[in-house]
Design a protein around this ligand. Structure first.
Ligand SMILES: [Zn+2]
Length: 325
């Protein structure tokens, strides 16, 4: 590729910050296309991420005020961390999915709705004290400065939009506001958390705008299958190494999901259970320390199985009990 072609199709400057957590690394990207500069995602709100970003900019001979826009793949704090630090330095337009906006702005109506949603959900799923404790944590939110609202206005992006030489596509499941950005010329996909090497991206339970539960695992499977239809040479991921063979990895993930679904059916065949009982059964060790994650995982699977008519539920004394078909 000539220098000119390279400039037109894009130069990617990955910013990779190692962590001691299971996610391995936090990755975000500076992308130069045809003289325009986008930052895709913004790491966590730590000095380490901030310094690494500045180092990368310095090496590329770019300053913060040269960044034309910030594009966010979703609202999670490990993807939006230094947005406010950037905005404090320069007025850079921020773009995200419309569902990310109330989440990033910490909209009070949204937060209130979310508390009501989880309070009712945990009760109906038979979570008892663990559920009540988690709702108390939600009420005390935000827990730290990492979660401060984004200072500026956020421009909404939709499926089918095109921005800075990238196609915008929705891939909900891991979160309701998941976007990926595709460079058709270079066959590069900036994929956030759709697919991560060696670890599965949780499809977290979330309410929609009417406070109905989204079928997040069903959405996630659909999003993975969508990725199979695109011509991708490399997926620049939000964590760990970039992915060059997404077909194999997606096939592996889909069969892993099916195996887990089968395990839940087997457990229900041995006797009806609540979502909470299943969470304790499958995650004894993590149940206490990672309650919202494990209950979310089980509910996601139960919704998926119910949508496929493989399990059904009945409410007794206000609590859902699940049965295998
Ligand atoms: Zn995420």
């Amino acid at each position: 590729m000539s220098k000119k072609e390279e400039k037109e199709s894009g130069i990617v400057h990955p910013i990779i910050v190692p962590t001691s957590y299971n996610v391995g690394t936090i990755n975000f990207y500076l992308l130069e296309v045809a003289g325009s500069l986008s930052l895709i995602d913004a790491g966590v709100n730590t000095d380490e991420c901030w310094n690494k970003l500045n180092e990368t900019l310095h090496k590329a001979g770019i300053s913060i005020s040269d960044i034309d826009r910030i594009l966010l793949t979703h609202h999670h704090p490990d993807h939006t961390g230094v947005v406010n630090r950037l905005l404090d330095t320069s007025a850079i337009p921020v773009y995200a999915h419309k569902e990310a906006i109330p989440r990033l702005k910490k909209d009070e109506n949204y937060l209130r709705r979310r508390i009501n949603f989880f309070s009712q959900l945990y009760e109906e799923m038979g979570c008892g004290q663990a559920g009540k404790d988690e709702v108390e944590k939600l009420r005390a939110w935000p827990p730290s400065h990492d979660y401060l609202p984004i200072h500026s206005a956020i421009e909404p992006l939709n499926e089918g939009d095109s921005i800075a030489g990238l196609q915008v596509m929705e891939t909900p499941g891991h979160s309701p506001d998941r976007l990926v950005f595709y460079n058709e010329k270079t066959k590069e996909l900036f994929s956030g958390d759709v697919l991560i090497q060696n670890i599965s991206s949780n499809a977290m339970v979330e309410p929609d705008r009417q406070n109905r539960r989204l079928l997040t695992l069903v959405q996630y499977i659909r999003s993975l299958k969508r990725c199979l239809q695109w011509d991708i040479d490399i997926m620049y991921t939000g964590h760990r190494e970039a992915i060059t063979d997404h077909h194999a990895l997606i096939a592996e993930r889909l069969s892993k999901i099916e195996r887990k679904a089968q395990k839940i059916i087997t457990s229900l065949r041995q006797g009806t259970k609540t979502a909470n009982e299943l969470a304790i059964h499958f995650y004894q060790h993590k149940y206490q320390s990672e309650f919202p994650l494990v209950i979310s995982e089980i509910i996601g699977y139960l919704d998926y199985l119910e949508a496929g008519s493989r399990v059904y539920k009945e409410q007794k004394n206000g609590i859902w009990r699940y049965y295998s078909v």
